[in-house]
Design a protein. Structure first.
Length: 98
């Protein structure tokens, strides 16, 4: 599920220009303009209950299916110990770039 687009994700949102979509030329000729302003978002994911690996993988699938957005990249899955009370299972974590 992971894609290798780290170079794309390292650019800041401020450097992304407003991009005129493919249909904008036709819309512009009719006096309308279509603009696609991309905003990059990073989302941290984590679970330690009820099949944590499956929960994080399902969350990535749900993010990929969101309308008007695109899952650009996702990290590997990482197991991390809990912070705070230690009498709980380890967490499975990941980061998604939209």
């Amino acid at each position: 599920m992971s894609t290798n687009s780290s170079a794309y994700c390292k650019k800041s949102a401020a450097t992304l220009p407003a991009k005129v979509t493919a249909g904008a030329k036709n819309a512009a000729s009719r006096g309308r303009r279509t603009v696609n302003n991309a905003i990059r978002s990073y989302i941290g994911l984590g679970s330690n209950l009820e099949n944590p690996k499956g929960q994080v993988q399902q969350a990535l699938q749900e993010l990929a299916a969101l309308p008007l957005s695109r899952l650009v990249a996702s990290s590997s899955l990482y197991a991390t110990p809990p912070v705070g009370p230690q009498d709980q299972p380890d967490f499975i974590n990941a980061v998604a770039c939209l």
